[in-house]
Ligand binder design. Structure first.
Ligand code: PEP
Ligand code: MG
Length: 593
């Protein structure tokens, strides 16, 4: 009698980009571009090879448009616009001319010529330091994979991608948007990819499907086999292959609890966010696309604390006009009544690049032409956005916020342009909120150090911890080589937050946090202790955080914050904060340590 082989548990650390825990069978999706066999042709075959390519391109166009229509229905127009870029890539005449030339010159099959040219484009993109452009290599490969499959199987049967299990954890080198959409959503319980970052399609899609996802998990393809039991811990960024009985024993109740907890928490949907001793904290949501408003509303967010406008701006050119931006912002403003929305002006640069503006790669994009610097260098475009925001302010409660401020001069210049934008609307007789509140993102240490000066020029601060951590600790937020050094609990970061909140309060303005650290329940006691007034988090985190806040009282949190500031290491800060969090809301601390 043969005995089943008991395989050892393997834990792989990646980056959690969508929270939650799920367990299921590994479905390994091979996504790499397969090289077709090199086949020689005769001169007389050239025309029929060209015809094959034309037909494959037409079939691909139909398939992409169908996917686009499907995603538009299920996830909204903004997500679907990713496929516009795919259609453009498909029809890129420079690429197609090169393919045909290669086929004619080398008398090789069109499949092989196509593969060679596309691989060269994708490879050169992959070598670019900038992560946004690097990720575009996936888009090119996604389109090319379809064309090659249509060349090989013109009947289209390859389209019917089936997942093997009822509870699948999809593992892939990387996932293109068309993959995630092609899946049967009821079966997919989680994603893990070797490539990717917090800005990758995997992350965005996992968020919108509300399932856990971990990216940058190195090398699981060599350790995991299809059908293995795998567990994805999106909170801790962990992929556990063949979890042991002990691990399952610790995770199983949590997985079950996730379900029942979600049911319990929904009762807090319309509750005010108050600490146990009655202090009001504003709890709002971060969004990147309008269709996320539904999730924000259903999770009881008090409006939107951060609307990152660059995402829709990057995905759809037509939205760049004042008219269309104004409509988009007005839609958000109307949906956020009565709480309101904070619209952040474009934060282009870093890893969010508009191709025509960033043709020349920058050596250190996160230290370069980014955020407000880009806006101030393009005052006319900036004023288009400011006027659009102002126009939306006539439709609901709107605030404007500037990203990436590093000095007072930039803030004064931005405010000056805002005044000009108001003047221009007044001349055109277009209504807007004359008292539109303006805010500064505090995400650069130099801004913290001049926070008193900045505070006099705005109505609120919002701390962008994602960047504040990277600039305070010199740890690139998208470089997974140094991900272990990326620590929001670093005492230097905690001190930066303290200085910012105190400067805000000294100048009678409020101060929030809109970086990911705002939703880290381990650190909630510290933020409350430091006197934070607002926390803006992903919609899926709102209810947990509301519950956590309701279990904390100001004084013990203030004592804890003081204690944290005396520590030298992030781990010491986490330990003491976790103690208080663990006593206050043990049921919310998702993951076993
Ligand atoms: C931040 O830096 O914390 C932030 C919220 O902005 P972004 O992540 O868009 O840079
Ligand atoms: Mg930022």
């Amino acid at each position: 009698m043969s005995h089943p082989v008991i395989r050892e548990e393997i834990r792989l650390q990646g980056i959690g980009v969508s929270p939650g825990i799920s367990c299921g069978k590994a479905d390994i999706v091979g996504k790499s571009l397969q090289e077709p066999e090199e086949r020689k042709i005769k001169t007389g075959d050239i025309e029929s090879e060209k015809k094959r390519l034309t037909e494959a391109l037409a079939a691909t166009r139909v398939q992409i448009s169908a996917l686009q229509a499907e995603i538009k229905q299920s996830a909204g127009a903004e997500h679907a616009s990713i496929f516009d870029a795919h259609l453009l890539l498909l029809e890129d005449s420079t690429v197609l001319d090169e393919v045909i030339r290669k086929m004619e010159n080398q008398l090789c099959s069109i499949d092989w010529a196509y593969f060679q040219i596309i691989s060269r484009y994708a490879d050169s993109l992959r070598k670019i330091a900038d992560p946004y452009l690097r990720e575009r290599a996936i888009d090119i490969e996604d389109v090319a994979m379809r064309v090659l499959k249509n060349l090989r199987w013109p009947d289209g049967k390859w389209m019917k991608q089936k997942l093997n299990e009822n509870a699948s954890i999809v593992l892939a080198h990387d996932l293109a948007p068309s993959d995630t959409i092609g899946f049967d959503r009821d079966k997919v319980k989680g994603f893990a990819t070797e490539a990717g970052s917090a800005t990758s399609h995997t992350a965005i899609m996992a968020h919108s499907l509300n399932i856990p996802a971990v990216v940058a998990v190195h090398d699981f393809k060599n350790t995991c086999q299809p059908g293995d039991t795998v567990l994805v811990d999106g909170y801790k960024g962990l992929l556990i292959i063949n979890p042991s009985l002990d691990t399952m024993g610790r995770y199983s109740p949590l997985i079950e609890k996730e379900g029942t907890l979600a049911d319990d928490l929904i009762a807090l949907k319309d509750a005010e966010t108050l600490t146990a001793d009655g202090r009001k904290i504003v709890l709002s949501a971060n969004i990147e696309f309008v269709d996320e408003l539904k999730a924000a509303e259903s999770q009881g967010a008090e409006g939107v604390g951060l609307y990152r406008t660059e995402f829709f701006y990057l995905t759809d050119k037509s939205l760049q006009s004042e008219e269309n931006q104004a409509k988009n912002y007005a839609k958000v403003a109307a949906a956020c009544n009565p709480h309101g929305v904070i619209i952040r002006t474009l934060d282009l640069g870093g890893d969010k690049l508009l191709p025509e503006l960033f043709e020349e790669p920058q050596p250190n994009p996160f230290l370069g032409w980014r955020g407000l610097r880009v806006s101030l260098d393009r005052p006319e475009e900036f004023k288009i956005q400011l006027r659009a925001i102002l126009r939306a302010s006539a439709q609901g409660k709107v605030r404007v916020m500037y990203p990436f401020i590093s000095n007072l001069g930039e803030l004064l210049e931005a405010n000056q342009l805002l005044e000009e934008a108001k003047q221009e609307l007044t001349e055109r007789g277009i209504p807007f909120d004359k008292n539109l509140e303006k805010g500064a993102m505090i995400e650069i240490p130099s801004a913290v150090m001049v926070a008193d000066h900045l505070a006099r020029e705005v109505d609120f601060f919002s701390i962008g911890t994602n960047d504040l951590v990277q600039y305070t600790t010199a740890v690139d937020r998208v470089n997974d080589r140094v991900a272990n050094l990326y620590r929001p609990a670093h005492p230097a970061v905690i001190e930066m937050v303290r200085l910012t909140v105190e400067a805000a309060h000294r100048n009678n303005i409020w101060c929030g946090i809109c970086g990911e650290a705002a939703s880290d329940l381990t650190l909630t006691p510290i933020w409350i202790g430091l006197g934070i007034d607002e926390l803006s988090v992903g919609p899926a985190q709102v209810l947990r955080l509301r519950k956590a806040i309701s279990c904390l009282s100001t004084q013990p949190c203030a004592d804890l914050a003081r204690d944290a500031l005396s520590k030298g290491r992030a781990r010491d800060v986490i330990e003491i904060s976790n103690n208080l969090a663990g006593i206050s809301y043990p049921e919310l601390l998702e993951s076993p340590s």
